[in-house]
Write a protein that binds this ligand. Structure first.
Ligand code: GLN
Length: 490
């Protein structure tokens, strides 16, 4: 058996039965990374020795029958999560040598449950982008076809899961960065409700929209990782004290009847979005039939302010980013330009050299939109639109259990195809941004392939703190479709 093919659940069983060791599993994945990551470039950093020594400790725990949920299971982390003693670059030159003093809460929780951190994955710089081409280190290729992007910004995490470099991974999602790369790479990705997972130790992009979530090979594995990373944290003032359900338990009790009587809302505004690829439309229509066969009732619903989502997001996110990124001034952290005559010149040169083009573009848009005289017209107005979008979602969930939509208007595009056209890139987020604006959870589940063999997912969004519905519906869909064991040949 090739150990790198194992899901988290399968690995857990084999480890617990002592049929395999974590050292064997971790080595198998590290070897596969060594052999194939040159062509994919999913990872920014790997610490082979550390991973193997963690695996050894995990094996001791397992031998002593003290295994936690993830003891001995190799997990990859987006390089936006702080890891104590391990470089956290955010794929930016400005943090190229930054080594945090502490772990993000989600990372501590993973470690406490025994996970082996196999490496830090590539991403768009500071999570700004939809293709992972904005990394200042390397471009990640889609494991299904290396000429194509893996999506972004958590493209490294999604590619690492698809390429079978890790059993599961963690990404972050500010406007789609878990769901869209999951869709483009043929894996499962869940953006939790805002507040469900602590953001402490997550390097901020747009704080009111950012969420950490799992990227895995199966919905069951997503549920498992949710059990580990969710929960109230007093170190994050926006973390919600709502209790954590057992996300896997719902699946233990799952049967053919479980989705019967559920209602899926299809937003009528989404059907008229321009530029939807015919393959995406075809798979979306097929997915509706699969859900209907499972007993889900489909219903047209309204999200009347959908047409303003992209415009409002691309004001709010850059505004928050311009404020969050002000701290990288050459004094407090990371890179500093040393050839300057005075402080102002040092600030200018540090930021010009340390930040890539897209990050600078967002800082400028955000600073402009927040400046006196423009604040009301841009940030103020975008915030009002955000409230209307939230209301749309609250009303929609009075009539349905979850909302069904495509994840992105097209399958993965070619590397370089959209890089000089930020507006086209921004428009590709049309179906994912609103979940962040409304704070609701969303899942992307593999749903089929384009005519050229690239994966396409579907998205389900549920009411705040109702991830369970997404996990159940996603699981039912995945089981009915039976695609989950198909992985790219790399
Ligand atoms: N593509 C969106 C952006 O560039 C979303 C990114 C994300 O979710 N981190 O802002």
């Amino acid at each position: 058996m090739d150990l790198y093919t194992l899901t988290i659940k399968q690995a857990r069983q084999l480890l617990d039965n002592k049929e395999i060791s974590s050292k064997e599993l971790t080595s198998a994945l590290l070897n596969r990374i060594e052999e194939h990551d040159d062509g994919i470039k999913a990872f920014i950093s790997i610490d082979r020795d550390l991973a193997l020594s963690e695996a050894k400790k995990a094996d001791e725990q397992i031998q002593a029958d003290k295994a936690g949920l993830l003891t001995g299971i190799p997990i990859a982390l987006k390089d936006l999560l702080c890891t104590k003693g391990m470089k956290t670059t955010c794929a930016s030159q400005i943090l190229a040598d930054f080594v945090p003093q502490y772990d993000a809460t989600a990372v501590s929780k993973l470690k406490e449950s025994g996970a082996v951190i196999i490496g830090k994955t590539n991403m768009d710089e500071f999570a700004m982008g939809s293709s992972t081409e904005n990394s200042s280190f390397q471009i990640t290729a889609n494991p299904w076809d290396n000429d194509y992007v893996p999506g972004g910004s958590s493209g490294g995490s999604a590619a690492a899961v698809a390429a079978q470099f890790c059993c599961g991974a963690i990404g972050t999602d500010t406007g789609g960065s878990i769901r869209q790369p999951a869709s483009h790479c043929g894996v499962v990705g869940l953006k939790p409700t805002y507040g469900r997972v602590s953001r402490f130790g997550l390097v901020s992009y747009a704080s009111s929209l950012d969420q950490i979530g799992p990227i895995t090979r199966t919905v069951e594995d997503t549920a498992l990782l949710m059990n580990v990373i969710s929960g109230y944290d007093k170190s994050d003032s926006t973390s919600a004290d709502v209790g954590t359900p057992d996300f896997t338990k719902a699946l233990d009790l799952f049967d053919k009847e479980s989705l019967k009587g559920m209602t899926a809302g299809i937003p009528k505004e989404y059907l008229s979005v321009e530029g939807i690829d015919p393959d995406v439309e075809k798979i979306f229509n097929e997915s509706k039939i699969i859900l209907e066969d499972l007993g889900v009732e489909l219903k047209e619903i309204c999200l009347p302010h959908s047409e303003y989502v992209v415009a409002a997001y691309y004001i709010i996110a850059p505004c928050e980013a311009s404020s969050n990124l002000a701290r990288y001034d050459g004094v407090k952290y990371g890179f500093r330009d040393t050839g300057s005559q005075d402080l102002i010149e040092m600030y200018k040169k540090t930021k010009s050299k340390g930040f890539g083009q897209e990050v600078q573009r967002r800082i400028i848009i955000g600073t402009y939109s927040l400046s006196a005289g423009y604040y009301d017209a841009y940030y103020g107005r975008a915030s009002q639109v955000r409230t209307l979008i939230m209301d749309d979602f609250s009303k929609a969930f009075e009539n349905c259990d979850f909302i069904l939509s495509p994840v992105a208007p097209t399958p993965a595009f070619k590397i370089g195809e959209n890089i000089d056209d930020p507006l086209t890139m921004y428009l590709s987020d049309i179906f994912t941004l609103s979940a962040n604006m409304a704070g609701v959870p969303g899942i992307s589940v593999p749903a089929g392939y384009s005519s050229s063999g690239l994966p396409i997912g579907i998205q389900m969004m549920a009411n705040r703190f109702d991830e369970l519905t997404l996990i159940k519906a996603g699981y039912g869909f995945e089981q009915a479709l039976c695609l989950e064991s198909k992985f790219p040949k790399i």
